[in-house]
Design a protein around this ligand. Structure first.
Ligand SMILES: [Fe+2]
Length: 411
C-alpha cells in the first residue's frame, strides 16, 4: 500500500508515463552514434573530421589525459590531417554552468566547427551542452533544461569515453549543476546524441580502480533501472540484459587489473549498451536520489548510485521481483526454477557482494545532513515523478527512508 502517495497522483503519473511511452515515444527518433571499436582507435577522430570536411575542432578534455600521455597521439593525428584544433580543459568533476560558459565565447571567436569530447561522463556532458548552447545561440543553460528544448543540433560531436560507466556517448542526456542553487538536472534531447562514439579499451588502462568501480556500478545501475522500468522496448530490453551480463562477467576483473584489455573491451561496450538502454527506457529512483545528493554534496555520481542501488531495489518490493529474478537467472546465480522472490533477493544480494568486492561501502559515511533531507527528497521527487516509469511509485516518506538506510547518520 502506498504510505504517503495520493492514489490520484499515482494514476496521474502512470497516465503521463503511458502517454509518453506508448503514444509519444514511438514517434521520436532516438539516433545512435556511429561506433568505432578497437585498441588505440581514439586517434581516428582526426580521420573522421578530415573526411567530413571539418577543419577546426575543439577538444573538450579531462586535464589528466595530458598528464598520462593520451593527448599527444590525438593532437599529432589532428596536426597530420592539417586540422587547427584547440583544447578546453575547464571541466569540473561534477560539472556546473562554470564548466560550460567560458568555452562558449572562445569557441565563437575561434570559429570552431566540431567538438571532440575526450574524457569521462562529465567531459562528454559538458561538450554536449557547449554544442547545444552554440547551435542554439544561447548562454542561458537553464533554458535547455528538461525535454526537447534543443532546437538545433550541433554539426559534429565525437565522443571518446575514457571510463566505462556513464554511457553518455550513447545518450540523449547531459547532466549539469546550477551553481546558484546546487540543483543537478538533465537536458534531454535526441539532438544531443553524439555523431560518433569511439570505444577504445586502452583508455581504461590508466584508470584508478576506485573509478573503475564507481563508473562500472553506474553502468550496472543504468542497465538495471532501464530493465525493471515499464518502458522497455524490444531493443532496450536486449541492450539492458546484454549489459548486465557483460558487467557481471567483467567489472570485477577490470577492477582487479585495469590492464586486462579483454575485460576493458567488454566493459566499455557494456557501458555503451547500458546507455542505449536507459536513454530510451529511462532510469529510476536510484538516479533521482543520487543526482540530488550529487548536486548538494559533490559526491561522485557512480559512487552515489552504487551505495543507493540495493536500498532502492528493496524498497520496490514485490513490484520489481519478477524482473530482478530474470536478472539473477540471466547471470546464473540461481537455479532457473528458483522461486521469483528468492531469485530477486539473490540479485540484490549479488549487488551487495559486488560492492563489497569493489571496495564500495554499504553506507555513506556522514554524508547526508538531517536538515537537508526534505529538500533532497523534494529534488528527487521532482526529477522522477511523473516521468520515470519505475516499478513502484514511491512517496516522500519512502524516499526519506531510503536516504536514512543509506546513511544512518541522518536518521
Ligand atoms: Fe548514471
Amino acid at each position: 500500500m502506498l504510505k504517503d502517495m495520493n492514489i490520484f497522483k499515482v494514476a496521474w503519473y502512470r497516465t503521463t508515463q503511458f502517454v509518453m511511452n506508448k503514444i509519444g515515444m514511438p514517434f521520436i527518433k532516438f539516433p545512435e552514434p556511429k561506433t568505432l571499436k578497437g585498441p588505440a582507435f581514439y586517434v581516428r577522430a582526426a580521420e573522421i573530421l578530415a573526411e567530413n570536411g571539418y577543419k577546426k575542432p575543439l577538444i573538450v578534455a579531462d586535464p589528466i589525459l595530458e598528464q598520462i600521455g593520451k593527448m599527444g597521439p590525438l593532437t599529432d593525428q589532428l596536426e597530420q590531417k592539417g586540422l587547427k584544433y584547440s583544447i578546453y580543459y575547464g571541466v569540473e568533476p561534477n560539472p556546473t554552468f562554470n564548466s560550460v560558459l567560458p568555452a562558449i565565447d572562445a569557441v565563437k571567436e575561434n570559429g570552431t566547427d566540431s567538438i571532440i569530447a575526450f574524457g569521462g561522463g562529465s567531459a562528454i556532458d559538458v561538450a554536449k551542452i557547449i554544442g547545444a548552447c552554440i547551435s542554439n545561440d544561447t548562454k542561458d543553460i537553464s533554458s535547455l533544461k528538461g525535454l526537447f528544448k534543443v532546437k538545433k543540433k550541433y554539426p559534429c560531436l565525437i565522443a571518446i569515453p575514457t571510463t566505462a560507466g556513464t554511457g553518455s556517448e550513447a545518450t540523449v542526456a547531459a547532466v549539469i549543476i546550477d551553481p546558484a542553487t546546487r540543483s543537478k538536472y538533465a537536458i534531454n534531447d535526441p539532438k544531443l546524441v553524439p555523431d560518433y562514439a569511439i570505444l577504445d579499451e586502452t583508455l581504461l588502462e590508466t584508470l584508478p580502480p576506485k573509478m573503475i568501480a564507481a563508473t562500472g556500478m553506474d553502468a550496472l545501475t543504468h542497465a538495471v533501472e532501464a530493465y525493471i522500468g515499464n518502458a522497455l522496448t524490444r531493443k532496450t530490453k536486449k541492450c539492458a540484459l546484454y549489459a548486465v551480463n557483460i558487467i557481471y562477467h567483467n567489472l570485477l576483473g577490470l577492477y582487479q587489473d585495469p590492464h586486462n584489455l579483454a575485460a576493458g573491451k567488454n566493459m566499455i561496450f557494456g557501458s555503451y549498451l547500458a546507455g542505449v538502454a536507459f536513454t530510451r527506457s529511462y532510469v529510476g529512483y536510484v538516479h533521482a536520489l543520487a543526482h540530488a545528493i550529487g548536486g548538494k554534496y559533490n559526491v561522485p555520481h557512480g559512487f552515489a548510485n552504487a551505495v543507493l542501488l540495493p536500498y532502492v531495489l528493496e524498497a520496490y518490493g514485490k513490484k520489481a521481483h519478477k524482473k530482478l529474478a530474470d536478472l539473477a537467472k540471466l547471470i546464473e546465480i540461481v537455479h532457473p526454477e528458483s522461486k521469483t522472490d528468492k531469485a530477486a533477493q539473490a540479485f540484490i544480494d549479488y549487488i551487495k557482494m559486488l560492492k563489497f568486492s569493489l571496495g564500495i561501502p554499504a553506507h555513506f559515511d556522514n554524508l547526508i545532513k538531517k536538515e537537508d533531507l526534505d529538500d533532497l527528497v523534494k529534488a528527487a521527487l521532482h526529477e522522477a515523478n511523473p516521468l520515470y516509469p519505475v516499478p513502484k511509485i514511491l512517496g516522500a516518506e519512502e524516499l526519506k527512508a531510503i536516504y536514512m538506510e543509506a546513511d544512518p547518520s541522518c536518521k
